[in-house]
Design a protein around this ligand. Sequence first.
Ligand SMILES: C[S@@+](CC[C@H](N)C(=O)[O-])C[C@H]1O[C@@H](n2cnc3c(N)ncnc32)[C@H](O)[C@@H]1O
Length: 188
Amino acid sequence: MGDAEPAAADRNRWNERYAARRPSFDPHPLVASAVAAGLPGGPVLELAGGRSGSALALAAEGRAVTVVDVSDVALAQLRDEAVRRGLGPRVDCVCADAARLLAGGAHAGRWALVLATRFWDEPAFAAAASAVAPGGLLAWEALRQDEAPARRYRIRHGGLSARLPAGFTVLAEWATDPTTRLLARAPG
Ligand SMILES: C[S@@+](CC[C@H](N)C(=O)[O-])C[C@H]1O[C@@H](n2cnc3c(N)ncnc32)[C@H](O)[C@@H]1O
């Protein structure tokens, strides 16, 4: 597991939650949407994945998946489950702040799918969009902001597509209770 200076307060808060609750390892529905839309070959990057059932499902389909999260507890649980399922070599866990890891463009244009669910961080979203390979997909879900005042970690429905760089095609944007979801394709 890599280690890149995760923000201590977030890490501690999330570590406590993950230590206290049993994982389900269910994949997120955005994974099925992304696969149905068509993915080019290549690896998958999941930001703020926690103990991601999505990563396990994609690895089971043969994808190399990198999961980034600030919680080392979540990543240890994910790693154990990946090994238990024989998927260890395809699931790379990186303990890091998502935006910091992508800063500087080191990951630009590399990933067939960049996925984030139940996560909002504006710099991470911008960096994630530039990390998508040509013709690849950005799949993102964040908690929805419905009323003023603005709340941290939330965004209005429509706010994800509004922040896409030029050239992306919006394949779908849904409002669910209580989230907003986006599936978009990078220019190919
Ligand atoms: C609501 S959970 C969502 C987890 C998972 N994506 C899901 O849908 O179940 C938010 C996740 O974001 C992680 N996180 C919070 N801030 C982060 C950051 N700056 N960089 C990377 N991960 C972060 C937390 O550790 C936690 O796993």
